[in-house]
Ligand binder design. Structure first.
Ligand SMILES: C[S@@+](CC[C@H](N)C(=O)[O-])C[C@H]1O[C@@H](n2cnc3c(N)ncnc32)[C@H](O)[C@@H]1O
Length: 172
């Protein structure tokens, strides 16, 4: 099924941005930027039904693609350490009129994660730091894109493929 017009516009804008790059990855102040596939993200967010969550945070939001797409379905915030990538996400959100998308420039390991009931991450490193940052008790969910790194101390609640990418859902 093709995405609705608004999602198609976001997907097209993200793809335009990506096509303009020499390389769709780089080292950033705190890690490595590589991008998730926007079509897979949209498929994932439909399958998970983002509308049942109040507020999504992308921990390491890169150019903001997950935030932009997620904001079509709920409030969405990206936390990213690279100023150019944050600026790119903000510019696309403004260009596309996505008022529910916002971005924080900073280290997601220093942020208060209690406002968010859905954490999304496409990890660039092991997730050993994450579990101790979660509020206790925590009723939220963690959605991990890709099978490279698993969170520790959390329960896996489900798994699904978005395109060719294995994604997993976690809770306490
Ligand atoms: C693999 S990329 C994923 C980008 C984006 N979420 C996506 O789906 O396309 C990981 C991103 O996390 C960022 N990152 C890594 N550690 C971070 C930290 N502690 N705080 C904020 N951003 C971080 C990197 O700069 C990079 O942009």
């Amino acid at each position: 099924m093709s995405p609705p017009t608004e999602a198609a516009q976001v997907l097209a804008a993200v793809e335009r941005f990506q096509q303009g790059l020499d390389q769709p990855y780089k080292m950033t102040p705190l890690g490595m930027w590589a991008c998730s596939d926007p079509g897979e993200l949209w498929e994932l967010f439909q399958a998970v039904d983002l509308t049942r969550f109040r507020h999504l945070a992308d921990l390491g939001s890169g150019d903001g693609r997950a935030v932009l797409l997620g904001s079509l379905l709920t409030q969405a915030t990206g936390i990213e350490a690279d100023p150019q990538l944050v600026a790119q996400g903000r510019a696309l959100a403004q260009e596309l009129g996505l008022s529910r998308a916002s971005f924080i420039l900073g280290d997601c390991r220093q942020e208060d994660l209690s406002p968010y009931d859905l954490l999304f991450i496409y990890p660039d490193k092991p997730l050993t730091w994450l579990e101790k940052m979660l509020p206790d008790p925590w009723e939220g969910r963690l959605l991990v894109y890709g099978a490279g790194f698993r969170p520790q101390g959390l329960r896996q609640l489900g798994a699904l493929h978005a395109g060719r990418t294995l994604c997993t859902m976690w809770g306490r």
